[in-house]
Design a protein around this ligand. Sequence first.
Ligand code: BGP
Length: 479
Amino acid sequence: MSKRYQFPENFLWGGATAANQLEGGYKEGGKGLNTPDVLPGGKVRLNVLKDPGFDFELNNELYTYPNHEAIDFYHRYKEDIALFAEMGFKSFRMSISWSRIFPKGDEATPNEEGLAFYDRVFDELLKYGIEPVVTISHYEMPLHLVKEYGGWRDRQVVTFFERYVTTLFNRYKNKVKYWMTFNEINSSFHMPILGLGFAIQKEEDHYQPTFQAYHHQFVASARAVQLCHEIIPNSQIGCMIVYLPTYSVDSNPENVLYAFQEEQLLNYFCGDVQVRGQYPSFIKRYWKEHGIELEIQPGDLELLKEHTVDYVSFSYYMSRTEKKDKNPEEVGEGNILGGIKNPFLKTSEWGWEIDPIGLRISLNQLYDRYQKPLFVVENGLGAYDKIEEDGSINDHYRIDYLREHIKAMGEAIEDGVDLMGYTSWGCIDLVSASTGEMSKRYGYIYVDKHDDGSGTLNRMKKKSFDWYQKVIETNGENL
Ligand code: BGP
């Protein structure tokens, strides 16, 4: 008989999404344009991230924008939430689109239609006893703030963000208890357009603006924590990081040190500020070596210290293997952060290395370091799904992936880790962030929409739907 794991009572099983990959209705309800609205879909999207000449304009003649319609959750949320409820979800992670609430970002008053939309979504979730878990900023910001202010480079954006979060907390204080500030905040070292709202112009120029923009986000995040606690006394607000445990390719101390330093910067730098309330010691040397001098206003460091997060949430898809001097041909094709190929691991069809043990390691590392409750708010397998002649979708590969990762969480809980919940990524198929395509699917629910934009948008249950329903029903005992 296979081992049965004990998950805590009230464990927050559920699924995760993001507004710009899910909602569609990009010009409806008074919404303003935001950054993903002008990032073209398909393969172009990744190149755009590296293209210094990219001008942040809609160019419908040249590109398609899959997230303009996405999966039309904007109109179909009732049907979708009913399916989540049928699976037994205890929680649903979603984000609020800043430009639905403040279309330009710098207005004095919010857009009532945008606020009312999320009221309807929260009411629908609460009707079924599903806790909304809300990301305040998931890879987007109003486009106007990018064009007029240069995104998070400009300190004024902190004030606009404060106005945005104050509006959210006051409006939804009786509906939303779980919040998180910036999605995968540490990913901006790689994708600054999505996280920080600006394109990197030249390799050597990026250090100063990136860290200054980060400082502004940390201040904004700490202010959000402070306001959340003041306005919603029983709330919990976390940070959110993308976590890849980083292995050295071998026991050569040069490689071990390199892997360790990469891990410090990419895995821990942002979390350290948000959880421990101060810049970590290792970053001072890094700043010095790269000529970075931050503008820190009086009171900033005290604010960071006083308003740290209640929990640490993170996404986990893969581990990373590093080596100090690597040849380009050693780099794993799909490794988002550029590590080398790990010969012990299989990959997804997009080259993402599958490593459930890495999740157990991550949970232990994060808990050792921070001693705060953890929340796995993204994990999953992007795969091509096939509809059989009888209409069924047998996604056994997805079940295998999720099962092994849930087991790893069970082991980590036995190791002593305090884990609040698990919301697997893309519980309903949605637009992929990295490819801009629909065919990289993660869901328990299939959405009939294709890369060329065709499809009925009908929803269908996959095999994993019934499987996950059982997992939740038995609180993770029946895997
Ligand atoms: C994370 C993002 C999500 C999401 C997920 C899967 O990095 O927070 O927005 O999309 O990765 O990535 P992809 O869609 O590229 O497969």
